[in-house]
Ligand binder design. Sequence first.
Ligand SMILES: *Cc1c(COP(=O)(O)O)cnc(C)c1O
Length: 375
Amino acid sequence: MPSSPRYWGTDDGEGNVTAADPEIRVELRSDTKTRPSPGMRAAMAAAEVGDEQAGEDPNVRALCERVADLLGKESALFLPSGTMCNAIAVAVMCRPGDEIVADVRSHLFNTEAAGAAALAGAQIRTVDGDRGRFTAGDLLSALRGRKRNAPRSRLVAVEQTVNRGGGAIWPLDRLQDVASCAHVNGLFVHMDGARLLNAVVASGIAAKDFAAPCDAIWLDLSKGLGCPVGAVLAGSRDFVEEAWRWKHRLGGAMRQAGILAAAGLYALDHNVERLAEDHANAKRLARALRAIGGLKLDAAEPETNIVFFDVAGTSLDAAAFSARLRERGVAIGAETATRLRAVTHLDVDASAIDAAASAIGWVAGAGNSNQEERP
Ligand SMILES: *Cc1c(COP(=O)(O)O)cnc(C)c1O
């Protein structure tokens, strides 16, 4: 029987959207769930605005200058999302047939709907680093050489911090090694710095120092910084000029975007140092979970604000575990069949962490006792 016509892929992705659930008491699915605070909303409401794409919005200009300065780059560009930063950086630096080296866990490779391939015609060659942090040796072994029949190695992409690496921080010397290996071999270096400022606060290393080895770098405003929308991509003046063309091409050029940029400026003033609280809360959660039978955590302490835990030692799979937690008002997403990911952020305090830990303990215990009751 012929089926009715469908757009390509309309059967995919239907499970992605979940309605807002008023019953959630502790939201740990992501630091993207943060909502603009009253102070941030006041800054947004008071923002002077202009036509962003004509360069006339004072808050967007101020935000771009501020981030370029923070990262030690010549210029910066305000964009609606981190995904668009990655897409544009790749499109500026790669041509069809080029190859990008990135960790197998990377957001670029896994969760951008294949933007590098679809928009830039570039393919990704993955390496498997230590929680996402690979070495210059790993990069060297992924390079193609000059064979005519091989893809052209063009770009290496690193993620700071590594989301699926449990918020692991690229050590500065490792990053410098990988970047100089890339540059010697004619590759660009791109940093997906969605959580760069988490790395900065946790390590005490300046954002400029992490940015120096990178040709392009961006940071997200809508994660732990608590803004509703926005990311800023930085690099050389030439790079940003080319990036502007892609911003227009993709429909990312905006109008009175100063309302959003004002939130970004507010976040840079008020929400950076406090990321340390999120990191302390991630450690607090990890400590509590280590004491719960059936759960397995990474050996290392969480370095920033992300905690993965494995529930294979309980009788529940991750989806069922997540659903049971949700019934108890705690939202934590299943990442794989057995792993859940909890992310701390500015809307979760230590007492909420303790409430989440006790719900997790209850679900793990209930799961185990169900198992025992089975005939
Ligand atoms: C969230 C995230 C992105 C994408 O950012 P959006 O602003 O959600 O588009 C890219 N990379 C990493 C590592 C992320 O965590």
